[in-house]
Design a protein around this ligand. Structure first.
Ligand code: NAD
Ligand code: GLY
Length: 360
């Protein structure tokens, strides 16, 4: 097992990465401060892993909430189901919430923990590659709104993250690829060596080589933990983690939550951001080719949906947390391995990317 630390002063916490972590009762227990524990998961993950967690919690007073599965349920209405259970079970302020699932459950569980009685402890047990390399680390929690992705939420850090690589055995190939989109992101924004490693090892990751996956999870978490430690509430460098996300969120909202997986939308959005970075004169044709090739090899889509024309894209992109005074601001790439902070781009240039990207 590897242990990384997210350094946030008195709110610092460990990320445990390894195999068989869900079978180590003591690991979870040391981060639970009182008898009352609520496990939040969904109807797909519950039959696979809930029993393992409950076994580790013998002796605690445990309740569970099993939500429906899907991005379309990442709403305030379904977070309310968590509050219903916490209240009807008379959970007090020293209770602990465990979020067992992918990014959807982690974001919702974390948000419920942030709000219930103004904050109870929570532990992240991420079960998708995407959640293990990104969403479980860093304390962004929240839900979607019909008008914008992740627009309602809070920064709220967990007590610990337990990333057990064994749970990825049951993840389907499409979800594995979606997670790789965020893995590739770290290489692009700040870790050119990792990007080069990914170019060489993408097939090993797709065939679920355990060593390759363990390396990719650890390297991603090291990158993420560093950025979060530097800028917890995204006043600066943390925004770089949003590479491709403004385009990607527009795709998710515009096409209806769940039509594209988050990682798929991010892959397309990152290719669009790369195209725009080339138009700004920062990336060259070869860089853009390398980026698109890696996403394609990871079996991710690289072309935006035809249903969204440039005007609709721009309308959707206008709802984004990086925007200031109504101006769309994007993370772009200076080089492979170096992202910009949020930049405004002239509308004509953005339209060129939206109209012509990958159809030239
Ligand atoms: P997800 O949570 O919907 O999980 C994907 C699918 O895999 C679901 O059907 C789920 O039930 C299933 N699943 C989960 N674990 C499984 C397992 N071990 N075996 C079999 N099936 C399993 O999607 P995701 O990709 O994990 O997360 C996407 C969400 O994360 C989006 O809502 C996105 O906005 C959010 N996100 C948040 C952050 C953050 O910093 N908080 C970062 C990135 C993404
Ligand atoms: N996934 C973006 C962030 O954590 O900031």
């Amino acid at each position: 097992m590897k242990t990384l630390q997210v350094q946030l002063g008195e709110r610092s916490y460990p990320i445990y990465i390894g195999s068989g972590l869900l079978d180590q009762a003591g690991l979870l227990a040391q981060h639970i401060k009182s008898k009352q524990v609520l496990v939040v998961t969904n109807e797909t993950i519950a039959p696979l892993y809930l029993d393992k967690i409950l076994k580790n919690l013998a002796g605690y007073s445990v309740e569970t909430v099993i939500l429906p599965d899907g991005e379309q349920f990442k709403t305030l209405d379904f977070v309310n189901k968590i509050f219903d259970k916490l209240l009807s079970s008379k959970f007090s302020r020293n209770a602990t919430l465990i979020a067992l699932g992918g990014g959807v459950i982690g974001d919702m569980g974390g948000f419920a923990a942030a709000c219930y009685q103004r904050g109870i402890a929570f532990v992240q047990i991420p079960t998708t590659l995407l959640a293990q390399v990104d969403s479980s680390v860093g304390g962004k929690t929240g839900v979607n709104h019909p008008l914008g992705k992740n627009m309602i939420g809070a920064f709220y850090q967990p007590q610990a993250v337990l990333a057990d690589a064994d749970v990825l055995d049951t993840l389907d190939d499409r979800q594995l690829s979606a997670g790789l989109a965020e893995v590739i992101k770290y290489g692009l924004i700040s870790d050119v060596e990792f990007f080069e490693w990914l170019e060489l090892n993408i097939d090993a990751l797709l065939t679920r080589d355990k060593q390759a996956l363990a390396f990719a999870i650890e390297r991603s978490c090291i990158n993420k933990a560093q950025v979060v430690a530097e800028d917890e509430t995204e006043t600066g460098v943390r925004a770089t983690l949003n590479l491709g996300h403004t385009f990607g969120h527009a795709i998710e909202t515009g096409m209806g939550y769940g039509a594209y997986l988050h990682g798929e939308a991010v892959a397309i959005g990152t290719c669009q951001a790369a195209d725009l970075s080339r138009r700004k004169g920062w990336l060259n044709d070869n860089d853009v080719d390398r980026i698109i090739t890696l996403f394609k090899k990871a079996r991710l889509p690289v072309l935006p949906p035809e249903e969204l024309d440039a005007d609709r894209f721009i309308e959707l992109m206008a709802v984004d947390k990086k925007n200031v005074d109504g101006q769309i601001r994007l993370i772009l790439l200076k080089h492979i391995g170096e992202a910009t902070l949020p930049v405004s781009v002239p509308r004509e240039l953005l339209e060129l990317t939206l109209k012509h990207y990958a159809r030239e």
